[in-house]
Design a protein around this ligand. Structure first.
Ligand code: GUN
Ligand code: ZN
Length: 447
């Protein structure tokens, strides 16, 4: 894509002097509230000709374009025309080391892990390979408008270093953690109770809070951790509650049975974590499809989060999440690609899959609800909603500009649109990286 196609109406600074202030103009869309809780008209704020004033990497203010132009005559102006300015996407569950094996054919979860995932993850003992993959992964996600990810690394500390170095180089707000496994994994991917605790501790002390980076304590899932490892990681989390904790929960029914057979003292899958201190605020449970009533209630009570990974759930054949039931039960929900069990790097494609799964369960998600999940909802689950995920004064200026007519098929449908939701929905359902016209990280244009 040429630069001209990306930014057709970009203009130079309005005055000759350098300024740290940039006024980005376009349609603007953000959320003042949760559209699952209040009517869409109350939750969403759309400005047909709006703008965002960015100063020192933060959003200073936003509003109608004409008002901002009049109030800030010294600001440099970037005019994105009719493109839609929103917060960048927040992908709250991904595996960057699985970048090169995305779209691997023909397996369900456990066979997919053994056939594709574990052999690929074994390569991350090589720091150079880890750096190269982390860089490629972050560039792919940025192309797709994702400005924050929460990623699993591999068992190797080198893979965590590589991810944080590459994320820092790009100025990203990002979260990641060393994947811990001390059973049911190949020899070259297993750590121990001691090394998983000590390596995780060292890595979180080194990286948590450095620039825009955060650490997530990361037991892969209870089938690959002994009770001793879960206990050690629960203790580490108790010492460092400022960190997130991410793991997988109840993704496939045979996996649930396997987890319970390995942890016979637990009443259910969630309790394999809960009994070792791995349930609480800041816990992110990927998938969580096949939950009992007790599990749903405990996750809500603990104010932990369920991370919906819809392209993964259809691709690996895991099942259909009861998203609206979980929301009604008071659960925090986030949205994620689960790259590379998920079949896309794009949060647009991920929103489309969430819509389709809801339809298959007899529920209809509004485009505002989908977009909120992909931005504010995921930021909220990651406890970052005071920093990212919406357009508001003081929020970090991680922004995207979406072209709502990025292909002929989308353009001809959007042409009929009577409001912003009808204009946006074709891009949600049919859009990809071609719809992402520009990305700003902390106010810096990436293209
Ligand atoms: N469960 C345990 N590990 C994984 C993984 O890497 N991907 C998915 N989708 N599920 C898992
Ligand atoms: Zn996963």
């Amino acid at each position: 894509m040429s630069d001209a196609a990306l930014c057709p109406s970009r203009s130079a600074a309005r005055v000759g002097t350098m300024t740290a202030r940039t006024l980005i103009l376009g349609q603007t869309l953000t959320f003042a509230d949760d559209p699952f809780k209040v009517p869409v008209a109350e939750a969403a704020i759309h400005e047909r000709r709006g703008g965002v004033l960015v100063e020192d990497g933060l959003i200073a203010t936003l509003g109608p374009a004409d008002d901002l132009l009049a109030a800030h005559p010294d600001a440099a102006v970037t005019d994105m025309g009719s493109r839609l300015l929103t917060a960048g996407f927040v992908d709250s569950h991904a595996h960057y080391p699985q970048t090169a094996i995305i779209a691997s054919w023909g397996k369900r979860l456990v066979d997919w892990l053994n056939a594709y995932t574990f052999p690929e993850e074994a390569r991350f003992c090589d720091a150079a390979y880890a750096r190269e993959t982390a860089g490629r992964y972050l560039d792919l996600t940025l192309m797709n408008g994702t400005t924050t990810v929460c990623s699993y690394c591999t068992v190797h500390p080198e893979s965590v270093e590589a991810f944080f170095v590459e994320a820092r180089k790009r100025g990203l707000r990002a979260v990641a953690g060393k994947t811990c496994m001390d059973q049911n994994a190949p020899d070259n991917l297993r750590d121990t109770v001691r090394s998983s605790h000590d390596d995780s501790k060292r890595l979180l002390e080194r990286w948590h809070g450095v620039d825009r980076l955060g650490y997530a304590i990361t037991p892969r899932f209870s089938p690959t951790s002994t009770p001793g490892q879960l206990e050690a990681l629960g203790a580490l989390w108790a010492e460092h509650p400022e960190c997130l904790m991410q793991t997988h929960l109840s993704e496939q029914t045979d996996e649930v049975e396997w987890a319970l057979s390995l942890h016979p003292d637990a009443r259910d899958y969630l309790e394999t974590y809960e009994m070792h201190g791995l349930l609480g605020e800041g816990a992110l449970y990927g998938h969580a499809i096949h939950l009992t009533e007790r599990e749903r209630a405990r996750i809500a009570e603990a104010d932990a989060s369920v991370v919906h990974c819809p392209t993964s759930n259809t691709f690996i054949g895991s099942g259909l999440l009861d998203l609206t039931g979980l929301v009604a039960g008071g659960n925090r929900i986030a949205l994620a690609t689960d790259t590379g069990g998920g079949s896309s790097f794009s949060m647009l494609r991920t929103m489309a899959a969430a819509y389709e799964i809801a339809q298959l369960r007899g529920a209809v998600l509004h485009p505002a609800q989908l977009y909120w999940l992909a931005t504010s909802g995921s930021a909220r689950a990651m406890r970052l909603d005071d920093r990212i995920g919406r357009l508001a004064p003081g929020i970090e200026a991680d922004l995207i500009a979406l072209d709502l007519a990025s292909t002929p098929a989308i353009a001809q449908r959007a042409d009929r649109a009577e409001d912003i939701w009808e204009a946006l929905f074709p891009t949600i359902m049919m859009g990809d990286d071609r719809a992402v016209a520009q990305v700003w990280i902390a106010g810096r244009a990436m293209r």
